[in-house]
Every structure is written in C-alpha cells, then in structure tokens.
Design a protein around this ligand. Structure first.
Ligand code: TPP
Length: 551
C-alpha cells in the first residue's frame, strides 16, 4: 500500500513526466515527494505565478507536458495570469494542486473548479483512493492530447489515504485529426490556380502538425513565397524564398513584398492582430485562405476556410496542384533581389546612443553577433520586444518562448527562462525583458540563477513602462505613472549570485565575450541602460489601433 499523494506522483512519473515546477504547502507536499521519489526533476519556484509560466515555457521549448504543482487556495489562485496565458496559447500543462477536502469545504476554501473554469482550464478531481492513479494518468492524457492545461485536484483529506500498489496506464487516446473536405481543397486550388503572387504563411499549428516540409514543397510547386508568424519563426530558415516573420516585426522591404501577395494561404495561424499588423500588412485585395483545425475562420480577413490538419491539407493541395498541372508563377524571380536585402540589418538608422545610454538597435545588433548560436530566446512583454524579434532570428519555433503573448501579460519572462533552461539544458537560455517586466517577475531571477546551467539575461532598462509611455505620451497625457528611475539590476543580480555588468556603451559588452569564451557557464546579466525615446516601428505604425484595444 502507498499513500495517495505519493502514488499520484509515482503514476505521473510512470506516465512519462520528467519535470515539475512548484511551491510546496500542505496541499501538495506529499505529492511533490511522490514525484521526486518517481525520479521527476522538481524545481522549487519562488511564486506559483512563476511555477505555471515555467511549466508552460517547458512545453513550448520541448513539446512535452510538465507538472506545475501548488497547494490549495492561494497556491492555485497565484497562478491565475500564467494559467490564462497557458490556456490561450494551448500549452500542455498538468497542474497538480491541493483542494478542499472530499468531506466538505472549510472556511478557507474556494470553489477551485469554478476558478479554473473561469480561466478556461478543466479540472479532474480525485474522488477516491482506488481510482486515483488512473485519474491522474487520464488527466495527463488530456493535457497531452489537448494540448491544454488540466488541473488535477487533490482533496486534502485523501492525501494520506492508502492506495493499492500497481502500475496504471491512462485511457485517453489522441483525437483523430480531421481530414480536409474535398470541396474545400478544390476551392483553395481554384484560388491558387489564378494566383500570380501566392504567399504561404505558417503558424504554430503548422509547426505542431509537422507541416513545414509539405508547405515548402507546395511553395516550390507554385513558385510561392513563404513566411511565418512570430511564434513559428525559423520554420523555413532553409528556404531562400522565406520572407521571415509576417507581422509588426517584418522589415519594411519584406512587408512590401508581403503586401504584393494576391493569394495568402495561412496554415495553422490564427491571423492575430499582430500577424496582420493591425490590418496594415496584407493588400486589401488579397484573397485569404485559412487552414486550421477550427471549423470557423478566426479573423475577419479570411475569405475561405479549410478545416483540417495543416500537414494533411498541404499534402492534399500539393497532390491537387500536380493533378491539375498548375504551373509555377514568376514571383520568386521578380522578388529575388529584394528578398536578399530584406533583413533589419540592412535598414539604415541614426544611432541615438549617448555617453551614458545605448541605442537599443545598436545594442541588439551588436548582441546578435555575440549570442550563442544554440540558444532558446525567452522574452517578456513590453515595447522592447521589437528589438530581439527584429535582430535575433530563431533557429526553429521551439527556440522562441514569447511569454505572455497570448494573454498580453508582462512579468513572466524570468519564469519562462527557468522552464526553457530546464527543458533545453543543451542550449543557452537567453531571456530579454524590460525593466517593468523584470521587476514584476523578479523572484524567479533567483530561481534562474539557482538552476540554470547557461543563461544570459538582457534587460532593456528605459526606466519606464515604455510601451505605455509611447502609446499615451503623444496624446499629451500625464505619463508620470509610467516613469521611474534606473534600477541597479546588475547589483541585484550579483547579490543573488549571478555575474552582471551595466551596459551603457558597446565597449561594456567586453565582459560578455569573456563569458562566451568560458563556455557560457552560469547566469550572466546584462543591465542595459537604453535610450528611452527610440520607438520600434511595430508600435509607432499602429499606435491608434493598439490604444483602441488591438493587440
Ligand atoms: C500584468 C500586466 N500588467 C500591466 C500590463 C500593461 N503593460 C503593457 S506593456 C507595459 C510596460 C512594460 O514595461 P517594461 O517591461 O519596462 O518594457 P518596455 O515597455 O519599457 O519596453 C505595461 C505596464 C500588462 N500587459 N500586463
């Protein structure tokens, strides 16, 4: 016989869980002991809001579900923002949380199932010792197949109940991926048959379905150009016909080419406000075909919806193009020269650096040549995100973890870096943050320094909530609620055990070279004092749209 909480931890380990992030308390201490006994790597976070972002980032960087574990009540409610983000991003995360007793609520309890449901997460509540292992394995199966966050609730009066020994396998099978309807494929081929400048745009859904190769092959067949959403960056790195990211971060020349497309087929991309750059990037005349598992379009711009797995649809379109004998258009040859000069590094700018503050473009471009090639880039949210997104290309979609993007939260960057560092210890984790997001999530800098084998922290310190300043300053609004003094992040980081330097000029990056020469071991913090009034194009272009509630 084993105690229930230990048996649940063991069942999760037996079912393939290898990493867990959490904060312990009365509701989950025994379960954590069970996870550790089962061989799971447990990382102690400093705040449950960090623990959930760690598990989410682990999923994004590896494709594997990790556990986020909390005690009941405040332990779970502390996860609210990160949990909503994980739901909206569709990250596979298993929450292992204490809950009110099976025998009835205490004065301290809330209805945790309702709480989780309000954030979009489903709950599996253990009801008796005999079925506990199977329920745990099923909850994990749901998180994997969703993929989605699932809360596995541990009633506090069952934690120490005795459970019969024995291994258990879950009964949740992956849902079959829908095959596209022939009529929809036919309609998409009709659109492509008349296209003179077809663009194939791939999002995270395309990456998750393994559609990169068939999409690239379809592109070759049609003479189409390729692009990705920010989240799927790097998917077509091997193709000379890739325009990189479509959206607010597109360099002007790439955006011009994207604007010339007359038919756009979006595979596994929700066509968010960001990808469409507030409606500015695609030609109003372009026909937009959306390929997605969803049955209804997710953006107003969609003219035709093809419901199906991105990979299956790309293959069906390729077969159809062959069967119809479609010929490749001339767009690639027409655009070749412009594509070769499309990167941000080719865009001239006036360097606004002073003796005490560095231009964020100069900083980011210099860092681009210094960052380890094998890296996972984790970013927080804020105005600064433009700089890493513009200058530091991702090697593949798992190499970018943009925390908080789906729910539009700042403050999850340090925690995301912990999840990525645990999941991909073979890569250096590079985390970029603004000073606002860094201070909001500061407790997990301690966790990062404690656990990371190789991490580089880049803080873009403009001594302000820059995004808010740039949005509301031009309206003449009082911006003082968004303006602060500089923070000595280097001093804070050193006190927590990291190596750190304050960067005011390019010369201050010499210490980074030394760290690289020593194999990038441990955590290195760059506290970069940037010129505050250089505005990234993605923001200045569509300020009015964003203020009106856009992304
Ligand atoms: C949890 C949360 N609180 C507030 C906001 C509103 N907000 C969006 S960007 C931003 C400023 C971020 O400042 P910082 O991290 O310094 O980055 P910067 O914009 O200066 O580059 C704020 C407060 C938010 N998105 N999420």
């Amino acid at each position: 016989m084993t105690k229930l909480a230990t048996a649940v931890g063991q069942a999760l380990a037996d079912s393939g869980i290898t990493a867990a992030f959490g904060v312990v308390g009365n509701g989950n201490f025994l379960a954590v002991a069970g996870l550790i006994a089962g061989g799971v790597r447990y990382v102690a976070a400093r705040h449950e809001g960090g623990a959930i972002a760690m598990a989410d980032a682990y999923y994004r960087a590896t494709g594997d579900v990790a556990v986020c574990t909390t005690t009941y009540g405040p332990g779970l409610t502390n996860t609210a923002t990160g949990l909503a983000e994980a739901v909206k991003h569709r990250s596979g995360v298993l929450m292992l949380c204490g809950d009110r007793p099976a025998s009835g609520s205490r004065p301290i309890d809330i209805d945790q199932t309702v709480f989780a449901a309000a954030l979009g997460a489903q709950t599996v509540r253990l009801v008796d010792p005999a079925s506990a292992r199977a329920a745990a394995a099923d909850a994990l199966g749901l998180a994997r197949t969703g993929p989605c966050p699932v809360v596995l609730s541990l009633p506090s009066d069952l934690l120490a109940a005795e459970v019969p020994a024995g291994a258990v396998t879950g009964s949740v099978a992956p849902a079959a991926r829908p095959l596209p309807a022939a009529a929809q494929i036919g309609a998409a081929l009709d659109a492509l048959a008349h296209a003179r400048r077809p663009l194939l745009l791939a999002g995270l859904g395309a990456w998750r379905s393994g559609a990169a190769k068939p999409i690239a092959a379809l592109g070759d067949r049609l003479g189409a150009l390729l692009a990705t959403t920010l989240m799927a960056g790097g998917l077509f790195n091997e193709s000379p016909w890739s325009l990189g990211i479509c959206g607010g971060f597109s360099p002007p020349r790439a955006a011009e080419i994207i604007g010339d497309a007359d038919v756009v087929v979006a595979f596994g991309a929700s066509l968010s406000d960001f990808t469409l750059h507030g409606g500015k990037i695609l030609s109003p005349q372009a026909a937009v075909v959306q390929v997605d598992l969803a049955v209804a379009p997710t953006a107003d711009r969609v003219d035709l919806c093809v419901t199906g797995d991105a990979s299956a649809v790309a293959c069906a379109l390729l077969d159809g193009a062959n069967a119809r004998g479609l010929t490749a258009c001339a767009w690639r040859a027409e655009a070749a020269e412009k594509i070769g000069r499309a990167g941000w590094e080719h865009e001239p700018y006036h360097d606004a650096s002073t003796a005490t503050r560095i231009d964020p473009r100069t900083l980011s471009m210099t860092l681009a040549g210094l960052l380890p090639r094998e890296r996972t880039l984790v970013t927080d949210g804020g105005h600064f995100i433009g700089w890493p997104a513009m200058y530091w290309p991702a090697s593949d979609p798992s190499a970018l973890v943009f925390t908080g993007a789906a729910f539009q939260s700042i403050g999850l960057g340090f925690a995301g870096a912990v999840g990525a560092a645990v999941g991909r210890a073979d890569r250096t984790t590079v985390v970029a943050l603004g000073d606002g997001g860094a201070l909001m999530g500061l407790p997990e800098l301690e966790t990062l320094i404690r656990i990371a084998e190789s991490a580089l922290v880049v803080i873009y310190d403009d001594a302000a909530y820059g995004a808010e300043v740039h949005l509301y300053g031009p309206l003449g609004t009082d911006i003082s609620p968004a303006v602060f003094g500089d923070t000595d992040f280097a001093g804070v980081a050193r006190s927590l055990g990291a190596t750190a330097v304050t960067v005011r000029t390019v010369d201050d990056l010499t210490a980074l070279r030394a760290w690289r020469d020593q194999d990038c071991r441990g955590t290195f913090v760059l506290d970069c004092k940037i010129v505050p009034d250089v505005i990234a194009k993605y923001l200045s272009d569509i300020r009015g749209h964003i203020r009106a509630g856009g992304a």
